[in-house]
Ligand binder design. Sequence first.
Ligand code: TRP
Ligand code: SF4
Length: 328
Amino acid sequence: MTEKRILSGMRPTGKLHIGHLSVLDNWIKLQEEYKCYYMVADWHALTTTFDDTGDIEKSIFEMVVDWVAVGLDPEKSAIFIQSQVKEHAELFLLLSMLTPLSWLERVPTYKDQIDSFQNNGKDIRTYGFLGYPLLQSADILLYQASAVPVGEDQLPHIEMTREIARRFNYMFGEKVFPEPLSLLGKTKLLPGIDGRKMSKSYNNEIAISATSDEIWEKTRMMVTDPARIRKDDLGHPEVCTVFQYQKIYNEHEFENIEALCRQGKIGCFACKKLLYEKLDDMIKPIREKREVLLKNPDQVKAIINSGNQRAREKAMKTMELVRTTMHI
Ligand code: TRP
Ligand code: SF4
């Protein structure tokens, strides 16, 4: 068994934005070296949207369109939907029998998320939400994945997956599950246009489907150095959101921009124009590919069907092994 496998997933909770691109770049690169399974985690989305599922089908479809548009290759990777591979539910149930309650309660996202939803008037303290990280462990272990490319916020979940794998293997005396490693992308967290975390709920994101006008509108609204009122005021790029973007998206010009800003020789409007051009160049091919896919929904459905099929094949094999090991 030399084949190395990767599994990762995202919840379909709205349009992808450019903050997702660093994780996705990692997903794309890994396709060359590993057998990759990329999953739309629709059951995970239910943990917070259980009372409002009307849009979920559309969101799943759009997520697959976005992934393929940014460069995931459905020939190389299995792009699939969690709820279409029922083995996720079976493994989740079996693992739940051997998972101590305290492991779930101490996952940092548990209390944080409950509090942040509570502040918005929503109670998400359900049995399903408590089990969120365990469902994620089942997702990963079902493919006997050796690594999981994710953002930093997911590290505690991957750590718990390693603990579950260890516990299972120890309890049943067989090395059924490898302990998966986390693979972090290079780029640091990209802030939203107001400097806070980029998120649809703050309306501070730039969607990867944004039109040129929308990109300019968001760039124009970005917060800059508040001490700069006139063009010749000396600037402090280190406190400026536009500059953080220049560093990531304008590799060749950002040093020059930094110097000009400090000397008060470039205005924020001109600086934003430069950034806008870079963002538009980056998003344009993605936007065009999205449009082609949206016009060919059957092609997208075929990608999903084939991905589901490939995921099921592996999932069924793992479950046979799990059942034999557990004498179930
Ligand atoms: N919890 C992940 C997130 O919110 C999504 C996810 C579900 C996932 N299952 C996974 C990520 C398995 C990696 C592996 O982004
Ligand atoms: Fe920010 Fe650019 Fe204005 Fe300097 S010139 S404060 S880097 S927007």
